[in-house]
Design a protein around this ligand. Sequence first.
Ligand code: SF4
Length: 214
Amino acid sequence: MPVSLPPTTDKRTLLGPIQARVSVCVKCPHLARSRTQTVFGVGNPDAELMFIGEAPGADEDAQGEPFVGRAGQLLTKIIAAMGFNRADVYIANVLKCRPDMPAGVSGNRPPTPDEMQTCLPYLAEQIAIIRPKVLVALGATAVEGLLGTRSTMREMRGRWHSHAETPLMITYHPSYLLRNQAPAEKRKVWEDMLQVLERLGRPITEKQRNYFRT
Ligand code: SF4
């Protein structure tokens, strides 16, 4: 459904009221009860490039910022290898609250399709305001939340899709690379990011082209 915008062009100003609504959202009562805080998104509202993950984990819930745990640190390294600062891009999740866990159980669980569909309108508003040139979805769960389709990463990654009339690249979630540290897996993600750089018209050095070649 198209999102109508108020008549101001300052994107930070436009995002503010959405963030305020998210911060008090109780559409998922179980998540509103269990969260420390909502995790709206971070980065440059004028970004050309926007990364989308699935949901906050324990670290993100504690700090109120997406991708700050180990996987987030790896994402920051990938962003730097692409020639950006983390503050140049925009990073958000489909779900703005950490999926709840049973009392006394550590770790994170993936969001359910229902939870993601409930929260998705907020992300749609963010994308409509930021209007990045390229979206990158990180992992199959984020893709399911964003596109409503479930498939294997093997089938989806490495080629262009579209969301909200914006080119969408699908690649592995950085946590996958933490579990599978083989250079060949890193190279797959890197090849996806090279396609993103090409689409953005960014210069690519020979050194960058050869990262993680085995
Ligand atoms: S996950 Fe999204 S929709 Fe659900 S309570 Fe949190 S902010 Fe609201």
